[in-house]
Ligand binder design. Structure first.
Ligand SMILES: NC(=O)c1ccc[n+]([C@@H]2O[C@H](COP(=O)([O-])OP(=O)(O)OC[C@H]3O[C@@H](n4cnc5c(N)ncnc54)[C@H](O)[C@@H]3O)[C@@H](O)[C@H]2O)c1
Length: 428
C-alpha cells in the first residue's frame, strides 16, 4: 500500500489523512469546499487542534495534497470516506453525502482498490447500500474491489487520546477485504479490533454513542429531581464515583451537542423500525436531553424574577461558551445556540463570549444567530448585564471576573462548585 485518498476533510477526515501521510503514505485529501482546499494547500488548518507544523511539512514534502478533484482516486490504493451523515428534516438518515460522492467517483475506481467507510451510519449501510452502488462500476467487491467499515472514535478536546492511541474497530464481509482493512489501519494504529462483519462494526459505533446519550440523559434527569429536593447532583456524582466498580461518572449539562451524540442514536431508531422494533431508551434519552435548554431557560427566568424582580423580556443576557463542548470551537448542534434562541425569543437582548468561536458560522436553524461575534469579557460588560449563563466551561475564561462583576450567574457546568457558590450563582 503506497497511497491513500481521503474524501471529506472535516473533523474526521483531516486528522486521518495527516496520520496516513505521517506514516509515509502519499495522501490525496479531497473536499468539495474550495476554501478548505485553498487553505490546506497553503499549509493552513481550519480545525484548531490539527495541522500546525506537521501539516506545513507534509504539504511541503508533497506527502499530503489537497484537491477538489475526484480523479486523483484513480491513483490511490485505498479510499477512505469521511463524509457527513446527518439526519433529514424528518429525523431519518441522510446518506446523500456518502452516496452522491460514491456515485461521483465511480468512474475513477480501478481493480485492487480498498474502500473504507468511516462515516457513522446504521448497520447494513456498507453491505446493503454502498456495496451495490460501488459494483455499478462493473468491479465486484471481494475479488476486484475491497470494502469495509471502520468507525472514527475521536473524542474532541480530549488530550489523553488520539487516533493512534484509540483502538480501531474494523469490519468487512469477506477475508480479502478484511486483510486489506487491517493492513491499511495497522500503519497508523497499533491496536486493531476485528469484528465479524461490516454491520457489526457499524453497530459498535452506534452502541458507543447511544451509551453516552442514554447516560447523559439519566444524569440530566437526576439533576432535575435532585435540584427540586435541594440536593447537589455534582456532589452526588463526586461521591458515587468513589465506588471502584459498577459505576461510571457522567455529568449533567445544558443538553447534548456535536455532530455525533444527538444524531447517531436515531440512525438505529430509524433502522429498527424496519424490524418492527421501537428503540424506547434512545427516544427517551433524546427527549430528556432535548428538554435541557428549556430547563436552563426556566431556571434563568425564575432566577431573574427572584434576584432582579424582572422578566426575560428586555433583560441583557450573556452566554458564556457557545461551542458544544469544553475547549473545542465546534458549534454544531450546540445546546448554547438553542438557549440563545429561546432567550432571544422571550425578548432578551443576548450576546455571547467564547474565546474559541470568534463568530458564529452559518446555521440553517438559527439564521438570526449566524454571524454574531464573541464580545470581550470585561468588568464593564459584566456589570452592564442582568445575567450570564455558563453553557460551556472552556479553560482560559476568567470565571473569577464573572463571579465578581456579574449580578446573576446561571451555571450549567459546575464551574462554581457547591462550596464556592455565592448567592448570585444558580446551578442549572
Ligand atoms: N466529528 C467527530 O468527532 C466525529 C467522530 C466520530 C464520527 N464522526 C462521523 O464522521 C463523519 C464525518 O464527520 P465530520 O465531523 O468529519 O464532518 P465534517 O462536516 O467536519 O466534515 C465533512 C467534510 O466533508 C466535506 N464534503 C461534503 N460533501 C462532500 C463531497 N461530496 N465530496 C467531498 N467532500 C465533501 C465537507 O466539506 C467537510 O469538509 C460523520 O458520519 C460523523 O458522524 C464524527
Amino acid at each position: 500500500m503506497r497511497s491513500v485518498a481521503v474524501i471529506g476533510l472535516g473533523y474526521v477526515g483531516l486528522p486521518l489523512a495527516l496520520s496516513f501521510a505521517e506514516s509515509g503514505l502519499n495522501v490525496s485529501g479531497i473536499d468539495i469546499d474550495p476554501e478548505k482546499i485553498r487553505k490546506l494547500r497553503r499549509g493552513e488548518s481550519y480545525i484548531e487542534r490539527f495541522g500546525g507544523e506537521t501539516l506545513r511539512r507534509l504539504v511541503r514534502e508533497g506527502r499530503f495534497q489537497a484537491t477538489t478533484d475526484y480523479a486523483v482516486i484513480a491513483g490511490a490504493d485505498a479510499v477512505c470516506l469521511c463524509l457527513p451523515t446527518p439526519l433529514d428534516r424528518h429525523r431519518a438518515p441522510d446518506l446523500s453525502f456518502v452516496l452522491n460522492t460514491a456515485e461521483a467517483f465511480l468512474p475513477h475506481l480501478r481493480p485492487g482498490q480498498l474502500i473504507s467507510l468511516e462515516s457513522t451510519t446504521y448497520p447494513g449501510t456498507t453491505a446493503d447500500v454502498l456495496r451495490p452502488l460501488l459494483e455499478k462500476s462493473g468491479l465486484k467487491v471481494g475479488s476486484d474491489l475491497f470494502l469495509g467499515f471502520s468507525p472514527e472514535r475521536e473524542d474532541p478536546g480530549n488530550k489523553s487520546f488520539s487516533i493512534k492511541t484509540t483502538p480501531k474497530i474494523i469490519g468487512a464481509d469477506d477475508d480479502r477485504s478484511l486483510a486489506r482493512m487491517k493492513a491499511l489501519y495497522e500503519r497508523i494504529i497499533p491496536e486493531i479490533v476485528v469484528v465479524s462483519s461490516s454491520k457489526t462494526a457499524e453497530a459498535v459505533k452506534l452502541t458507543e454513542n447511544i451509551f453516552r446519550s442514554v447516560n447523559v440523559a439519566l444524569v440530566n434527569e437526576l439533576k432535575v429531581v435532585f435540584d427540586r429536593m435541594g440536593i447537589d447532583v455534582w456532589e452526588v456524582i463526586e461521591a458515587a464515583k468513589t465506588k471502584p466498580f459498577g459505576y461510571m461518572p457522567f455529568y449533567p449539562g445544558p443538553g447534548l451537542g456535536g455532530h455525533c451524540i444527538p444524531i447517531d442514536p436515531f440512525y438505529l431508531t430509524w433502522k429498527a423500525r424496519e424490524f418492527g422494533i421501537s428503540t424506547k431508551f434512545i427516544e427517551l434519552a433524546g427527549e430528556i436531553n432535548n428538554y435541557m435548554p428549556d430547563y436552563v431557560v426556566e431556571k434563568l427566568s425564575r432566577a431573574l424574577d427572584l434576584h432582579a424582580g424582572k422578566g426575560l423580556n428586555g433583560a441583557k443576557i450573556l452566554i458564556v461558551g457557545i461551542a458544544y463542548k469544553k475547549n473545542v470551537g465546534d458549534t454544531r448542534e450546540s445546546p448554547a445556540l438553542a438557549i440563545y434562541d429561546k432567550v432571544a425569543n422571550r425578548g432578551a437582548d443576548v450576546a455571547y463570549h467564547d474565546p474559541l468561536v470568534p463568530s458564529v458560522p452559518g446555521l440553517r436553524r438559527y439564521p438570526d444567530i449566524t454571524g454574531q461575534g464573541s464580545i470581550a469579557l470585561t468588568k464593564e460588560v459584566l456589570e452592564g448585564i442582568d445575567a450570564a449563563i455558563i453553557c460551556t466551561d472552556h479553560d482560559g475564561v476568567d470565571y473569577e471576573l464573572i463571579r465578581r462583576h456579574c449580578p446573576l450567574i446561571v451555571d450549567t457546568r459546575n464551574v462554581f462548585p457547591g462550596s464556592t457558590r455565592s448567592g448570585n450563582i444558580v446551578p442549572a
